[in-house]
Design a protein around this ligand. Structure first.
Ligand SMILES: O=C(CO)[C@@H](O)[C@H](O)COP(=O)(O)O
Ligand SMILES: [Fe+2]
Length: 221
């Protein structure tokens, strides 16, 4: 089953609640929340107060993508704010088991994120401990960037490892996802897709979201 997680980074922040409800009605499966600190990535977005504000509005899973240094310092804030998934970059988490255990101990599903050039081998020792792997298909920091195709073999590599080890891990893709780019990723085994500009920049967000989802579902039949 293909899940779509609209990224609110591309939404109109002056009416964020409405923007979330609109994609929920359009059939969104999760809400993707991009947290940027201006250090790990060259951009600043928002913090846990936004998760806290959105939590009462929707029952959809809130998927928090932390693009920050020292993620351990802020994980409790995001858990208390109501995050369902918290994903941390392996490039920013040198004590990865500790970080994953912290997320799990707070009742939140842990995930790890790989930048486009970071090898799958870097997470092979934590796969038994996580619920989600997020492959970046752009360099993190901004919405609206071009999809990097050379990530697709990494998705295939992880899918094979997951099959061999009999694990239950969601494979999420983030960056430049649209009706075309979802196809090779879904074929490679990914099942959760973040889409920011491809949904929020469209007048008919419902048609955009459903078009992307349908393209993903058709790719795997
Ligand atoms: O994490 C990030 C960017 O760092 C993403 O979640 C973007 O927000 C996705 O935007 P599009 O590439 O779909 O416009
Ligand atoms: Fe993201």
């Amino acid at each position: 089953m293909i899940k779509i997680a609209p990224s609110i980074l591309a939404a109109d922040f002056s009416k964020l609640g409405q923007e979330v409800l609109e994609v929920e009605q359009a059939g969104a499966d999760w809400i993707h929340i991009d947290v940027m600190d201006g250090h790990f990535v060259p951009n600043i977005s928002f913090g846990a107060v936004v998760v806290d504000a959105l939590r009462p509005l929707t029952n959809l899973p809130l998927d928090v993508h932390l693009m920050i240094e020292n993620p351990d310092r802020y994980i409790e804030d995001f858990a208390n704010a109501g995050a369902d998934y918290i994903t941390v970059h392996v490039e920013a988490a040198p004590h990865l088991h500790r970080t994953i255990q912290l997320i799990r101990s707070l009742g939140v599903k842990p995930g790890v994120v790989l930048n486009p050039h970071t090898p799958v081998e870097t997470i092979q020792h934590v796969l038994e401990d996580i619920d989600l792997v997020l492959f970046m298909t752009v360099n993190p920091g901004f919405g609206g960037q071009k999809f990097i195709h050379s990530v697709v073999p990494k998705i295939e590599q992880l899918s094979q490892i997951i099959r061999e080890r009999g694990l239950d891990i969601e494979i999420q893709i983030d960056g430049g996802i649209n009706e075309e780019t979802i196809v090779p990723c879904a074929k490679a085994g990914a099942n959760v897709f973040v889409a920011g500009s491809a949904i929020y920049s469209q007048k008919d967000r419902a048609a955009a979201l459903q078009g992307i989802k349908q393209a993903g579902e058709e790719a795997v039949v």
